[in-house]
Design a binder for this molecule. Structure first.
Ligand SMILES: *Cc1c(COP(=O)(O)O)cnc(C)c1O
Length: 419
């Protein structure tokens, strides 16, 4: 398995033959003339989206449900190898429905990754349940299985077995899933994968989001593919996906009038937006390649600067490299993460600190936390670089030139600075 992914990576480097040329052509100290705004992760349409939207208009399916939604679900399953899927209005809705279908209720506890976006854990609170945060490990920056084990044991000792685990695969890197699946199985706890950032990412040979009872995906505007807003819930359990669809369309009983025996939600994806999704699925592979090429570009250009290191890619599987993430050691580099973010902003380049861990978020203050301080370190020194699949080489050179300038400035100033 490991060998295969090594080969995969080697082959990938071969399909990027332009890289060296591009890099040697554009010398970095020059300031490009064009100064368009560079986004962190902009939408990137493939070309077929409007065709599918037009089909929806032609048959007047401007509602939730409809043929694009059905096809989108089917095509999504085929591409990632899922059994059943239901298309929803957001990734957050997918996580919320997964919790409802896992029977998470008021007062229950749910273990969540600490190092992720707040939408991973917000639905726990929608259910009146209590999130319990678990820290990351070095190798993946995702949930550390040892701290997970400690959390489960301690919560059980305190009298409450967690109902579910929400495992995030951040920035497209899969967590080390097998041992986590195993611990959840041993303790009879439902595993929900938050694969919002990991569409196109694999653990061994299997797509992320297919290991837990549920997998939740997002098609928000900044994700690797987008429907402008949307999500997908997948599972091997046909019945659960049927129930998710039922709950997402207001839980209407089969009766001639509007009859409801349960509280429902308006969480279905619209047929128009599913048309965008169908067009985006066609180009998913290209998007992964482009994002990985961004990473290689930055790695090649920035790795030689002292104090810059990159998010590791674990030797199992493949990351989609949704965002290229770096760690800046201010003492070695001569400038802090914040200095660099500001310098980029000054050049009209959007970047973003790594996720602020959820146990440090004011909204989650007071909820239990298990870990050391890895996620806090990542947050204090980490930066996401512009990573859209539609970035040009000039865009990326502009980013790199800011780093080179800050480094040169830092060399002159370090004697005066005290980080
Ligand atoms: C984007 C994201 C979500 C939420 O998805 P939406 O479609 O925006 O609701 C959840 N978790 C993570 C880790 C995300 O990055």
């Amino acid at each position: 398995m490991k060998k295969e992914s090594e080969e995969w990576r080697k082959a990938e480097k071969d399909v990027l033959p332009e890289m060296d040329k591009i890099i040697s052509d554009g010398h970095l100290m020059h300031t490009p003339v064009e100064k368009d705004h560079i986004y962190l992760s902009a939408p990137h349409m493939g070309g077929k989206e409007l065709t599918f939207i037009k089909e929806a208009f032609d048959v007047n399916w401007i509602s939730p449900n409809g043929p694009n939604v059905d096809f989108f679900e089917k095509e999504f399953c085929e591409i990632i190898g899922a059994k059943y899927a239901t298309a929803l209005s957001s990734g957050t809705a997918a996580i919320h429905l997964a919790l409802i279908l896992s029977n998470v209720r008021r007062g229950d506890e749910v273990i969540c990754s600490a190092f992720t976006f707040a939408a991973s854990a917000n639905p726990v609170v929608y259910q009146g349940a209590c999130p319990v945060f678990v820290d990351s490990e070095d190798k993946t920056w995702n949930m550390d299985v040892n701290f997970l084990e400690e959390a489960i044991e301690d919560r059980i000792k305190k009298g409450k077995k967690p109902k579910a685990v929400i495992l995030a695969h951040v920035y497209g890197q899969s967590a080390d899933i097998d041992p986590i699946v195993e611990i959840c199985k041993q303790n009879d706890i439902v595993l929900i994968e938050d694969a919002a950032e990991s569409l196109g990412s694999y653990y061994e040979e299997k797509h992320t989001g297919l290991f837990g009872k549920f997998g939740a995906f997002s098609f928000n505007g900044n994700k690797i593919i987008t429907t402008s807003g949307g999500g997908m819930l997948v599972s091997d359990d046909k019945d659960l996906i049927w129930k998710a669809k039922f709950l997402s369309t207001q839980a209407r009983d089969s009766a001639p009038h509007y009859q409801h025996s349960q509280v429902g939600y308006n969480y279905r994806l619209s047929n128009v937006l599913a048309g965008i999704g169908r067009g985006q699925l066609i180009v998913l592979d290209d998007r992964v390649k482009a994002r990985r090429a961004n990473y290689y570009f930055y790695e090649k250009m920035l790795d030689r600067l002292p104090g810059i290191s990159f998010m590791p890619e674990a030797d199992f599987g493949r990351s989609n490299r949704w965002l290229t993430c770096i760690i800046i050691e201010p003492k070695e580099f001569g400038a802090t993460r914040d200095d660099i973010q500001l310098a980029l902003e000054y050049e009209d380049i959007e970047s973003c600190p790594l996720w602020k861990p959820l146990h440090l978020q004011p909204v989650f203050r007071g909820f239990p936390y298990y870990g050391s301080h890895l996620s806090e370190k990542l947050f204090s020194k980490g930066l996401c670089l512009p990573s859209g699949s539609n970035l040009t080489d000039d865009d990326k050179r502009r980013v790199v030139s800011v780093f080179e300038r800050k480094y040169e400035e830092g060399k002159k100033e370090t004697s005066k600075k005290n980080f």
